[in-house]
Design a protein around this ligand. Structure first.
Ligand SMILES: [Zn+2]
Length: 233
């Protein structure tokens, strides 16, 4: 069964699936479709009234997915698209030429023999990010040498790679792993992740001593974590 309600100037369409359950659940999917799972005995009126009640939340989710799609990972790899580097927004410019990527002014310029070869453009841009991340993060970690010395931290090496779900992690051998994607975010957010992982070299958990140490070297961490989590990479 599918139906719709109006909410402000927009129309929220939804489909309903009936299941043996007690409560009604509303799901908003990344393609912005709304799926209602209702108890077998729910009437269309009851369902509609529940959807109306949750309309502000539904609209918010849809806006979120809308934005995520516009600037998120699903890129078309064409000129004019937004890309991020160190928290700043640049425009992608794709031209024909030998395979290369460089930053020039407000543009990230990519040249490829065939502009329709999206996977080559994507691979070029990703390896450019990875190279930049290696250079920049090595540079940042040097800044934290005084902290390492003072706290007697046993830092071994910095590893940059693309992680799926987290910004960073550390191993008991003193290796810090940082997500290459972090290079897209503002420098202070990068520093926060580095300091967070360095603190884990001393405390391998999120206990009181850990937070105390983090506060000492990164007093703004709550603000930076929020900024990082809402950053539209
Ligand atoms: Zn942690």
């Amino acid at each position: 069964m599918s139906s719709s309600i109006s909410y402000g100037t927009t129309n929220i369409a939804y489909d309903v699936e009936f299941r043996e359950r007690k409560t009604l659940a509303i799901e908003v999917h990344p393609d912005r479709s709304v799926h209602v799972v209702a108890p077998l005995k729910a009437t269309p009126e009851e369902i509609q009234s529940k959807v109306e009640k949750r309309a502000p939340w539904i609209a918010k989710q849809q806006r979120y997915f809308n934005g995520a799609k516009r600037i998120g990972t699903e890129k078309e790899w064409i000129s004019g698209e937004n890309v991020f580097y160190l928290g700043r927004q640049y425009r992608l410019k794709v031209d024909i030429g030998i395979a290369d990527v460089k930053m020039a002014g407000k543009y990230l310029k990519v040249t490829v023999p065939d502009k329709s070869n999206k996977s080559q453009i994507e691979a070029l841009v990703n390896s450019w990010y990875l190279r930049r991340a290696r250079i920049k993060l090595e540079e940042r970690i040097l800044l934290f040498h005084p902290m390492l010395e003072r706290e007697g931290l046993d830092f071994n090496s910095l590893i940059i790679r693309k992680l799926e779900k987290r910004w960073g992690s550390c191993t008991t051998k003193g290796n810090i792993v940082i997500n290459a994607e972090l290079i897209k975010t503002p420098i202070h957010c990068i520093d926060y992740v580095i300091i967070h992982e360095l603190c884990h070299l001393k405390y391998h958990n999120h206990g009181t001593s850990f937070w105390k140490l983090l506060n000492k070297y990164c007093p703004d961490w709550v603000k930076l974590k929020d900024k990082l989590e809402s950053f539209p990479i």
